[in-house]
Write a protein that binds this ligand. Structure first.
Ligand code: SF4
Length: 355
């Protein structure tokens, strides 16, 4: 059995919340209420617990081969303290990335965490939320009278971790009281129930990453199914949150037009949006770097993800690291068609960007 075929099986009964196979704690994390709560939960669940001096240095993970280590790391939770409270920027969707977690249990073949997290694919969560919020407050004050937006999903999928952490609820209720602060995050999971009664004051935008069925089936193992994400989007809309959909990565597979029009049709039929939801779309075409291609081919050797440099356009990026995107004509065809479909089904929606 290949790792891919094992992971592609999705339970018909619904995607269960993430339950790690192994949990590490930094000793100081147990001085925080959140750390204690997670420790008790792991004990109750019978999950093996280990201690580590630093969440940045987990060196003794089990596993024989690199691939096995990678798979085990993806199911390993590390509970620590975020020491760096300097936030990264997060263009184009927000001013700053708010760090509440790093790493993800999903196995999306194209995920950029494959390369950005390098040898540390395990899932880290941070218990010093009060200090993180204090730092956010400082960033908001610096930009007054401008609004400052914080993205909580730059380096992980926080909704998938929310049943364990409860961090998003804290952030949402904090941001509700910030006249000039806004929160946003994106997810491929449907575990939003604990957020529905949070006091959000319209200051948090919840976005769901959605895609054509072909893309989800082939490239997004270990995430919630499209139907589950759509149902969750309906609940979030009903709770009055600003709502968004991110269609990413947009892939020009055989039959993409039908695939994406079907997606927009499903969204229209199943999600009731109101003006209060201020629906937005963000569109991101598939891209890859040479390094990402190498890593993806090692980790998902049977992937059908098309990464043929000859079929792509090279786009120079920051620090001289270029990416392969679709050639202009193909990118334009994808953008135009999907934009038309969005406006046909959601004339009131805003498209924030296509990149
Ligand atoms: S759910 Fe998001 S963060 Fe997690 S593996 Fe997939 S793309 Fe990466």
């Amino acid at each position: 059995m290949t790792p891919t075929s094992t992971l592609e099986r999705r339970p018909a009964a619904g995607t269960k919340p993430f339950r790690p196979d192994l949990v590490y704690f930094e000793p100081a994390a147990l001085d925080y209420a959140m750390g204690k709560r997670i420790h008790e939960w792991a004990q109750e669940q019978g999950i093996p617990i280990r201690m580590t001096s630093s969440h940045n240095r987990i060196t003794n993970l089990p596993g024989e081969s690199e691939l096995e280590k990678y798979k085990i790391a993806k199911r390993t939770l590390v509970v620590g303290i975020r020491k760096t409270l300097k936030f990264d920027t997060s263009k184009p969707s927000a001013e700053y990335a708010i760090p509440i977690g790093t790493g993800c249990m999903g196995h999306c073949h194209y995920c950029y965490l494959q390369t950005t997290l390098g040898a540390k694919p395990y899932v880290r969560i941070y218990v010093n939320i009060d200090e993180i919020l204090e730092a956010a407050q400082g960033y908001i004050a610096e930009r007054e009278p401008e609004i400052t937006r914080f993205e909580a999903a730059c380096t992980s999928d926080p909704v998938g971790l929310e049943p364990i952490t409860g961090s998003l609820k804290r952030l949402i209720e904090f941001m509700a009281d910030q006249p000039l602060g806004r929160l946003r995050f994106v997810t491929k999971y449907h575990h939003v129930d604990s957020l529905l009664d949070a006091r959000h004051n319209g200051h948090t935008r919840i976005r769901f990453s959605v895609n054509a069925d072909y893309v989800i089936r082939n490239f997004e193992p270990a995430t919630s199914r499209l139907e589950e994400r759509i149902e969750a989007a309906g609940k979030v809309a009903g709770a009055g949150y600003p709502l968004g959909f991110i269609i990413a990565p947009i892939i020009g597979f055989d039959g993409w037009e039908e695939g994406y029009s079907e997606l927009l049709r499903k969204l229209r039929e199943q999600v009731q949006v109101t003006p209060q939801n201020d629906l937005t779309f963000e569109l991101i075409q598939h891209r890859f770097t040479k390094t990402a291609k190498r890593v993806i081919e090692q980790r998902y050797p049977k992937t059908k993800l098309e990464m043929d440099e000859a079929k792509r356009k090279y786009k120079w990026g920051r620090y001289g690291i270029g990416k392969y995107v679709y050639p202009n004509e193909q990118a334009e065809a994808l953008r135009e068609f999907i934009t038309e479909q969005i406006f046909a089904h959601f004339p009131e929606a805003r498209i924030e960007y296509f990149t």
